[in-house]
Write a protein that binds this ligand. Structure first.
Ligand code: N01
Length: 495
């Protein structure tokens, strides 16, 4: 059986970052497995028309790999995908990546003190540490709508776009009005014959202050890196200004609310349609979306916004609860992802034979510092529970977590630890404190249902504070909060 020191699952921003940093530390005996055919993760999967980032490019990139050539303030998907590919290639790590291979089952071997991971290509790998970068938004959530399987036309999820389908002149229905849908709909409106938008909950959408970087700016960024760093820092602090409004006092979001209302007024002339798309919950409760083209698209002659609930789908139409049948050729489901019950949790088995999913069944998903879990030695989750953001760059959170994992691995080497896992009471205290901070946030009190909350109404996805606080808390691995197994005990056990 093949053994590696570190097995990394996923080759998105998290997996690529982990691989680069392991390599920098001389931890060269690692393997990255990725179910898709190349690096990119969510940015490879989400290549639907209009896919773009809603966090500014200079912040939504690795701090150690600045890109002076970003063409726009907010990048389009192809440019982000090209960036990850370039950074991974230049780091000279891709020889340790295996594409088209998924982790099917991983269990902790309590005798050998390592992970045993069965892969989809039929092989098994053992690994001292298991670093999961499998992504918080990677498993499409399909709507459970009566009759949807009987639809005879093309149906696909936003993250599984079927580029072979020619949408020109077609009648298309889009279910959902989240971040993905509001990017897709303006593109569909341009080419489709007719678009029905099935809106269950209207989102708040503020203008997208996008612009093209000039040649001079790119030249300056390339030749005066300090200026690029300053620009990134300014963007970073601008985004952090949202934090008090999200976490302490939603009234502080008043300026964003005015921007959102003005965006509706500017984009839509019809008062009835304006009313239909105006949300009834506090801004920030769901992710604040950005677009200049969404509302004008909704007001176009070939688009209808439908708010009556969907009753069923037939062979060639969507039928709403009021009995109206709207015939379509193509159905796009932009219905989001499994976020609070990560499917990978079913396949990771820790000490004592419990899966992560079993462990989280009653408590909801939780980890220590969003990264490690009692009962699951040497498992590190990048973008784990409560590490998501509503306002800033996940790349910042990923780098913070990878720094923690690196320090953990260094500490294990230095002190001769074969296995580490957080003390259960430490993990419980971390999460009690976190949930207390979550209490007054707009995500919990703003009057909306969102993918941030689990079935019990607990917010197990977002970080309830400033991102610099998260970085500080993860700046050093804290062995005092961990149960450790010294390496000599492992050797004795095996002998
Ligand atoms: O998914 P969502 P998404 N019948 O869950 C509706 C990131 N992202 O793919 O609000 C009818 O937000 C659902 O309705 P409701 C970003 O973090 C980032 O759009 O639940 N409707 C909602 O309107 C984002 O938050 C970028 O009532 C149904 C929609 O489908 C996350 O990905 C770009 C339904 C789902 O919205 C997810 O966004 C894109 C049903 N049965 C995405 N089920 C960036 O730019 C669900 N809906 C970085």
């Amino acid at each position: 059986m093949n053994h590696v020191d570190h097995l990394v699952i996923g080759a998105g921003f998290a997996g690529v970052c982990a691989a680069i940093k392991l390599s920098e530390d001389g931890e060269d005996n690692f393997l990255v497995i990725e179910k898709d055919s190349g690096v990119g993760g969510t940015w490879r999967a989400n290549d639907y028309p209009g896919a773009a980032c809603d966090v500014p490019s200079h912040l939504y990139s690795f701090s150690f790999a600045p890109n002076p050539d970003w063409s726009m303030a907010f990048s389009q998907q192809p440019e982000i995908q090209a960036y990850i590919e370039r950074v991974a290639a230049e780091a000279d790590i891709l020889d340790r990546f295996r594409f088209g291979v998924a982790a099917q089952h991983a269990h902790w071997d309590e005798e050998a003190l390592h992970w045993v991971v069965d892969l989809s290509d039929g092989t098994t790998v053992t690994a001292t540490t298991l670093i999961s970068g499998s992504g918080g938004l990677s498993e499409p959530k399909l709507p459970d709508i009566d009759g949807i399987d009987t639809f005879a036309g093309e149906v696909f999820h936003s993250a599984r776009w079927n580029h072979d389908v020619d949408l020109g002149g077609k009648r298309v229905a889009v279910i959902g009005t989240g971040a993905s849908a509001i990017q897709i709909i303006p593109e569909l409106q341009k080419v489709a014959g007719h678009v029905d938008v099935y809106q269950r909950t209207a989102p708040w959408v503020i203008p997208r202050n996008d612009r093209r970087y000039t040649g001079l700016e790119k030249f300056v960024f390339r030749h005066v890196p300090l200026l690029q760093r300053l620009s990134r820092t300014a963007i970073y602090w601008g985004r952090e200004l949202y934090v008090p409004a999200f976490t302490r006092n939603p009234k502080l979001a008043w300026p964003a609310l005015q921007l959102a209302k003005a965006n509706i007024a500017r984009g839509i002339k019809d008062p009835a349609l304006r009313a239909k798309v105006t949300p009834d919950f506090a801004i920030g409760c769901k992710r604040i979306l950005i677009s200049n083209t969404y509302y004008p698209a909704l007001g176009s002659a070939n688009v209808e916004v439908v708010t009556d609930p969907i009753a069923k789908v037939t062979g060639d139409a969507v039928v709403t609860a009021d009995g109206v049948e709207r015939p379509i050729d193509v159905l796009v489901v932009a219905t989001g992802f499994h976020t609070t019950e990560q499917p990978i949790a079913e396949h990771i088995v820790g000490r004592g034979g419990a899966t992560l999913a079993d462990t989280w069944r009653t408590s909801g998903q939780c980890a220590y510092k969003g990264t490690t879990v009692a009962g699951f030695p040497n498992l590190f989750q990048i973008v784990g529970p409560n590490t998501g953001l509503g306002h800033s760059s996940m790349v910042f959170m990923i780098e913070s977590q990878v720094a923690y994992v690196r320090d953990a691995i260094r500490t294990m080497r230095r002190r001769g630890y074969a296995a580490i896992e957080p003390h259960r009471d430490v993990q419980v205290a971390w999460n009690e404190d976190l949930q207390e901070k979550m209490g007054p946030t707009v995500w919990n009190t703003g009057g909306c249902a969102s993918w941030y909350l689990d079935e019990h109404g607990r917010n197990t996805t977002l970080w309830p504070g400033a991102t610099f606080t998260f970085r500080r808390l993860l700046s050093r691995f804290d062995p005092e909060n961990y149960a450790v197994v010294p390496a000599h005990e492992k050797e004795e056990a095996i002998a």
